[in-house]
Design a protein around this ligand. Structure first.
Ligand code: NAP
Length: 272
């Protein structure tokens, strides 16, 4: 580190278990970039001050995580088309002005593309929170998307992307999963618990199943899906690919997703 060292970071609350510092610092080291990435725990009432700090100190870029992804929009200077459509920012680039982007959708797309093509596929997304919105928006560009959500109005609001939005009920799940090529859990069900949003008997061989939840890495949904012959993609791949896209926005450089994943896995092993 020296006077030239560029500073990046993530703001969230809580954020101390974030895997992003490990992923990005590994990438900076690998590519020989003189930069560091830190985690900043920012309570909601300090969000405006934190963004002012970014301007004042010349922090080059930020990731934004819960609970600030929507609230931060009013503190920055501009939005990419994706961030504006989704109503959520997970990446800020400081180019004198602070510009907000959302890389969650592209992260999910690239994670899925590791195992399948997406053009023309039928995709069932469970959840219409921040992750579900970003995924529905991104995948609607190439695929036929249905979004089911516990609060149905939030799923129906996504029909502006050309998707079908409906209630997450047992009947709807049974009906739509039959037609789906790809199932994505974008709810928080299964996070730090052994629950699954999908009864195991609905999972059939050949279905591609992705979970956005990555703590635990092998969620109950992914375990049951693998047992039934589904192709599975864990949420850490989405995290890695969204991180790699943020990194590209900040530095213009591509990073090997395997390198970021290795660093994130080490963080998970340490209990982060
Ligand atoms: P969020 O905006 O709070 O949305 C939570 C979603 O989960 C909503 O759709 C909510 O439904 C649904 N939900 C919560 N409890 C439920 C339950 N018991 N039954 C059915 N639905 C339930 O959160 P988020 O930002 O979208 O994050 C969701 C998950 O994705 C979290 O676990 C987060 O860690 C993970 N995530 C992963 C990545 C990645 O890169 N892998 C990126 C972003 C987020 P209602 O609308 O009805 O409340």
């Amino acid at each position: 580190m020296d006077a030239e060292t560029r500073l990046y970071g993530v703001i969230g609350f809580p954020v101390r278990h974030s895997l992003s510092p490990a992923m990005h610092n590994a990438a900076f080291r690998e590519l020989g970039i003189n930069a560091v990435y830190l985690a900043f725990e920012v309570p909601p009432e300090r969000l405006g001050m934190a963004v002012d700090g970014v301007r004042g100190l010349g922090v080059k870029g930020l990731n934004v995580t819960m609970p600030h992804k929507t609230a931060v929009m009013e503190h920055i200077d501009g939005l990419s088309g994706d961030a504006e459509e989704i109503g959520s920012v997970n990446t800020i680039v400081n180019e004198g002005e602070l510009l907000g982007y959302n890389t969650d959708g592209i992260g999910a797309r690239r994670a899925l593309e590791m195992v399948t093509r997406l053009e023309g596929k039928d995709v069932l997304v469970l959840g219409a929170g921040g992750a579900g919105r970003a995924i529905a928006y991104e995948l609607s560009k190439t695929s036929n998307v249905v979004v089911l959500n516990r609060t149905p109005g939030k799923a129906r609001a996504l029909e502006r992307f050309g998707v079908i939005g409906d209630a997450l009920t047992a009947d709807n799940l049974r009906r739509y999963i039959r037609e789906a090529d790809i199932l994505i859990n974008a709810t928080s069900v299964g996070m730090n618990s052994d629950e699954s949003p999908v009864p195991a008997d609905l999972l059939r061989e050949g279905l591609v199943v992705m979970d956005v939840v990555y703590k635990p890495l092998r969620t109950r949904l992914l375990r049951e899906a693998a047992e039934r012959g589904c192709v599975t993609v864990d949420g850490l791949w989405m995290l890695v690919h969204q991180g790699a896209e943020s990194f590209r926005l900040w530095t213009g450089k591509k990073v090997d997703p395997e390198l970021m994943r290795g660093a994130a896995l080490e963080g998970l092993r340490k209990g982060w």
